[in-house]
Design a binder for this molecule. Structure first.
Ligand code: NZQ
Ligand code: ZN
Length: 387
């Protein structure tokens, strides 16, 4: 195992009714917050009212940034920064899923930066300081509630880029599974695919020497397979929603990647799809993942896929390794289809027009260090297989 430092400063209050801790947690760190939310789901499911009641109970002032888009836009981040400065705010409260939380991170970091917040995404600099970030999570998917990453889109340039920095960890996150009861089936499915993809990105790494992380990854995958369909069938199933929610946080909070070299493949490819076509992140991942698996299957990698097949899908370990690996990939494909996620880009109306350009943009240096290193040509091939 390689050396590492593991530090997550986020305080997590998990479970039904934990919103009651929000007021006190904010009051300890801020007195005037920007309340950030999306297209209105938090107004319909009571999350907004519950959070505002907490602010009122502690005399915390607030301003609002509504309308954060799925695949949040840099223009909305800029607007949030403007509001924080104009209103003299000293904290940011996100009510929503990954898009809302990522936008809040952009605002919190942008507040202390005189330039354009897009500079973080453009990798011109790493944010070093941010307003305290508070989140009330309403959807199990991205893990943004417990990580330091934000992904922001710039539709004018067809770009979708992430930035990160320790200052972008939320200070406090409220994870109440009942707040996800209202997530529609399609988003629950996409979220499940996203959690699984984060786990795959960490699990399929060039060196496999982290016993604890590998077993946790397999447990997260099994848990998604068990509880994703349950949450879709019975949206108010507390156990299902609770397990999905905690899976989401642990798939990406850094634990799974410690001690081994990890570079992600499928996410980079998917972000280009979202950037060009504004599609749902988890849907893009569900389409690309089984094709990526098929593409990188070779003599060197088949053992890892075979282990995945036995540990996660309970496949017969006595089967020949290649057969096992192929069966595991097929299981993955069938699982996503069973959640009624699209399995081809054509279903989303996406053709091959921009594949070369997307592959060129996706292909950063980290693709030299991925599970199987990929060239721009390889990436085009995977897009083609996904058509
Ligand atoms: O806009 P609202 O009204 O909030 O509705 C949202 C949105 O339409 C809705 N929704 C969320 N919670 C709900 C609900 N509807 C009913 N009841 C609820 N309780 O679901 C829709 C999708 O929400 P969104 O926040 O966009 O979904 P998600 O959490 O999947 O976030 C996706 C974004 O996060 C980025 C993705 O690229 C994408 O931009 N990612 C962020 C990461 C991170 N910060 O670490 C890592 C990920 O890999 C990912 O890239
Ligand atoms: Zn993701």
């Amino acid at each position: 195992m390689k050396n590492f430092t593991y530090s997550i400063p986020t305080v997590v209050h998990f479970g039904e009714g934990q919103i009651k801790k929000l007021g006190g947690e904010i009051a300890a760190r801020a007195s005037r917050v920007l309340v950030v939310y999306g297209g209105g789901s938090v107004k319909r499911n009571g999350v907004f009212d519950a959070a505002i009641a907490q602010l009122k109970s502690r005399g915390i002032q607030w301003a609002e940034l509504p309308g954060v888009e799925p695949n949040p836009r840099v223009a909305t981040v800029r607007e949030g920064v403007r509001l924080c400065r104009e209103e003299g705010l000293d904290g940011v409260l996100a009510l929503g899923g990954g898009s809302v939380i990522d936008c809040a991170k952009g605002v919190a970091a942008g507040f202390y930066y005189e330039g354009d917040p897009w500079d973080f995404s453009a990798k011109k600099l790493t944010p070093e300081r941010a307003l305290p970030i508070f989140t009330v999570l309403t959807m199990a998917a991205t893990g943004s509630e417990m990580d330091e990453i934000a992904v922001i889109s710039n539709p004018e340039t067809n770009e979708k880029e992430s930035f990160s920095g320790p200052c972008c960890y939320p200070a406090v996150s409220i994870l109440d599974p009942t707040y996800t009861y209202s997530v529609p089936a399609s988003q629950t499915a996409a979220g499940t695919a996203d959690i699984m993809s984060h786990t795959f990105e960490n699990y399929f790494s060039p060196i496999e020497t982290n016993y604890l992380a590998d077993h946790l990854a397999e447990a997260i995958l099994r848990s998604c397979i068990q509880y994703g369909p349950k949450a879709i069938q019975t949206p108010n199933d507390y156990e299902a929603r609770a397990n999905l929610m905690w899976n989401a946080s642990w798939a990406i909070n850094g634990f799974l990647k410690q001690g081994k070299p990890v570079a992600w493949s499928v996410h980079r490819m998917e972000h280009e799809l979202s950037a060009f076509y504004d599609i749902t992140h988890g849907v893009g991942l569900a389409i690309l993942t089984p094709n990526w698996m098929r593409y990188v299957l070779n003599e060197k990698t088949e053992g890892r896929f075979a282990r995945y097949g036995t540990a996660v899908w309970g496949l017969d370990a006595s089967l020949p390794t290649r057969e096992l690996a192929q069966a595991a990939i097929q299981k993955t494909r069938e699982f996503f289809t069973s959640l009624e996620l699209p399995s081809t880009l054509a279903e989303l109306g996406i053709g091959p027009e921009y594949f070369e350009e997307m592959a060129r943009k996706a292909r950063t240096g980290s693709f030299d260090k991925t599970f199987v290193p990929l060239s721009a040509e390889d990436i085009v091939n995977i897009y083609q297989m996904s058509l």
